[in-house]
Design a protein around this ligand. Sequence first.
Ligand code: NAP
Length: 264
Amino acid sequence: MIKIVVAGPRGKMGSEALRLIEKTDHFELVGAIDRKHDGMKLKDIKGLPPFDAPVYTSAEQALHELEPDVLIDLTTPDAGYFHTRLAIENRVSPVVGTTGFSQEQLDLLAELAEEKEVGAIIAPNFAVGAVLMMQFAKWAAKYFPDVEIIEKHHDNKLDAPSGTAVKTAELIQEVREEKQQGHPDEKEILQGSRGANVKGMHIHSVRLPGLIAHQEVIFGGTGQTLTIRHDSYHRESFMTGVKLAVEEVGKLNGLVYGLENLLE
Ligand code: NAP
């Protein structure tokens, strides 16, 4: 049995993680971290599955009293970083879907996990299809160095560009030489119209109600384009990856960044 605490249980992703735990026999929810319902039981919070598990506002207190194996964090960049650090310091393995951490924060967490000899997983996208989309994009970039990324998300998303778009750009950079795209004399008539510039390739962020998480990676070559596209239509799409990460994180030593490192 893997004992789990969920941070952000009322969120769109957090509540989906509760449903995953509810239907997985070898997962046990021992508590939750929620800044608004200290001292309550999860089952007393409207809309959540009927878990008897207690709710804590203090992450520190939750980890000390509940002694979970795994902390699943699905909150915001600031709270997520704080929780992840705290978990590693207390030798609890974090599985983090929260996006928006800086490279400096990721480096500090990696250092800490290594020092404490704790397994940790941070994945900007837990959907297996999205991981494949990123890998296919890396492969294509070898042959098509001209590429633009268009990511589209719901309008409650706090960070832009998405963690997935940044990760895709990083993977592409591993095989693509730095190259400025577009016309050398190109001028933005409206500031920002060409999107973010990552070593010459561009990322565009769309935020609209109705969307969940979508990304297109468009490659251009002579007389042709290649589009690699992934769509998450429901947040359940992320839960296969979360389940795998919870099962694997205890076997790791140190921080793994990206679900692709857990897939064969
Ligand atoms: P959401 O619905 O806004 O949920 C965020 C939750 O975090 C809310 O319940 C919120 O509670 C809680 N929260 C905010 N600040 C907090 C704090 N200081 N301490 C404790 N809890 C706090 O967002 P979401 O769509 O579920 O997304 C959550 C995170 O997952 C985001 O970073 C998002 O980008 C990421 N995400 C990752 C993946 C992936 O596959 N890795 C997929 C989708 C989304 P309040 O009501 O109190 O504010």
